[in-house]
Design a protein around this ligand. Structure first.
Ligand SMILES: *[C@@H]1O[C@H](CO)[C@@H](O)[C@H](O)[C@H]1NC(C)=O
Ligand SMILES: *[C@@H]1O[C@H](CO)[C@@H](O)[C@H](O)[C@H]1NC(C)=O
Ligand SMILES: *[C@@H]1O[C@H](CO)[C@@H](O)[C@H](O)[C@H]1NC(C)=O
Ligand SMILES: *[C@@H]1O[C@H](CO)[C@@H](O)[C@H](O)[C@H]1NC(C)=O
Length: 344
């Protein structure tokens, strides 16, 4: 693990709190076996799912889970899809590429926009750009107030790109030591990212860290760190040394972070009154078998109040899980099977 400069924080701790009930609502069957990578909830409540070994974007209706997956669009010149984010109502940006599952690197990484507004009879798909010089595009984030811009994590280079969805231009927006990758492929740095309330929040896979950095949009519409602000370490996945890594994540209404955590859990990261952060496992388990197998991302549902309190988790084992966060409940202890290959 790389050492990097951080704001000193009084306390970093991780404990196992009350477990919320996690249930598998969809399991990708063999031989299709989708290695789910990322997801986003539409206003309708339907979920859009990407898999790093499928060029097809799929939809899932949580209110009719027996229906399974519905293909939405199949992208050309790729064999996998990575990050996805909603940039305008029912318009999404998504990454495609040829994904090497062993090296965890991509080729021909391309950003698309997919407009699912019902005014079009079919999805309106536009190629934005092949992003040159990136090694793989992973987590995507909007830039609040600038729907034509996104940020994209590049865990292979350990940097965050800014991509203009209108011009296709890209630039490295963040290259902080807390994001860096500490070895050759398949090492991974910065992975899940989200901009919220003046901070860029991000996980770093191999560093096993979750951090944030104050950011702002400058006069050139470039996302930059605010002043000389330093990265703040919020949490380190524990216990260390067992491939425990933070991955994709979402915020709840209170701004708390719910992070998919390899090998089998969801971690809730909360800021205490004194400004320090506390992390607890709230679904699944990092020790022993877990119902959640290699979680890749997590997003709250949309639509009804019940959906908004349900955290959906994708996994590299082809699972989509629903975590009911409305009430603490004894965790499920279903067995897990062999480790699956995963993209990152
Ligand atoms: C967990 O959720 C499932 C599906 O909704 C339900 O059948 C089960 O009773 C719940 N378990 C607990 C302990 O609440
Ligand atoms: C996805 O990867 C798994 C594991 O390597 C493989 O079994 C499966 O066939 C792949 N699915 C597709 C659609 O390529
Ligand atoms: C992938 O990118 C390389 C390098 O830019 C290019 O030569 C190749 O034609 C691309 N392949 C496809 C299938 O687009
Ligand atoms: C890609 O990287 C090369 C070498 O660093 C650089 O010369 C080139 O300008 C970069 N291209 C883009 C589009 O950023």
């Amino acid at each position: 693990m790389k050492l990097f400069a951080l704001l000193a924080l009084p306390l970093l701790s991780l404990s196992v709190g009350a477990l919320y009930n996690a249930t598998v609502v969809y399991q990708s069957p063999d031989p299709l076996h989708l290695l789910f990578e990322d997801l986003v909830a539409r206003a309708s409540g339907h979920l859009l799912l990407t898999a790093c070994n499928s060029s097809t974007l799929h939809s899932f209706d949580p209110s009719r889970s027996e229906t399974g997956l519905t293909p939405i669009h199949t992208f050309p010149n790729c064999d996998g899809l990575m990050g996805i984010v909603e940039i305008e109502p029912d318009v999404f940006a998504v990454a495609s590429g040829f994904i090497d599952l062993i090296a965890k690197r991509g080729a021909n990484m391309t950003v698309w926009t997919v407009d699912l507004n019902p005014s079009h009879s079919a999805p309106l798909v536009r190629k934005v750009a092949v992003v040159p010089n990136c090694s793989i595009l992973d987590g995507f984030s909007t830039i609040p107030g600038s729907p034509h811009l996104i940020l994209a994590a590049d865990p292979g280079e350990g940097v965050v790109w800014q991509i203009n969805l209108v011009t296709g231009a890209s630039r490295i927006a963040f290259d902080d030591p807390s994001m860096s990758v500490d070895g050759p492929p398949p090492a991974l740095g910065v992975n899940g990212i989200h901009v919220r309330d003046g901070f860029l929040y991000y996980s770093n896979s191999d560093a096993t860290t979750f951090s944030r950095i104050p950011v702002q949009l400058n006069a050139n519409e470039d996302m930059v760190r605010a002043g000389n602000a330093a990265a703040q370490l919020m949490s380190t996945a524990q216990p260390a040394g067992f491939d425990h890594e933070y991955d994709g994540f979402d915020f709840d209404a209170e701004g708390r972070v719910w992070a998919a955590t390899h090998t089998g859990a969801v971690t809730l990261i909360t800021q205490r009154g004194d400004g320090s952060f506390e992390a607890e496992i709230v679904a699944g388990s990092l020790v022993g078998p877990s119902i959640i197998e290699e979680p890749s991302s997590a997003q709250f549902g949309r639509g009804s109040a019940k959906q908004a309190a349900t955290l959906y988790v994708t996994t590299a084992a082809g699972q989509l899980l629903a975590v009911d966060t409305s009430a603490g409940a004894p965790g499920s202890t279903e067995k897990c099977h062999v480790k699956q290959p995963r993209c990152y």
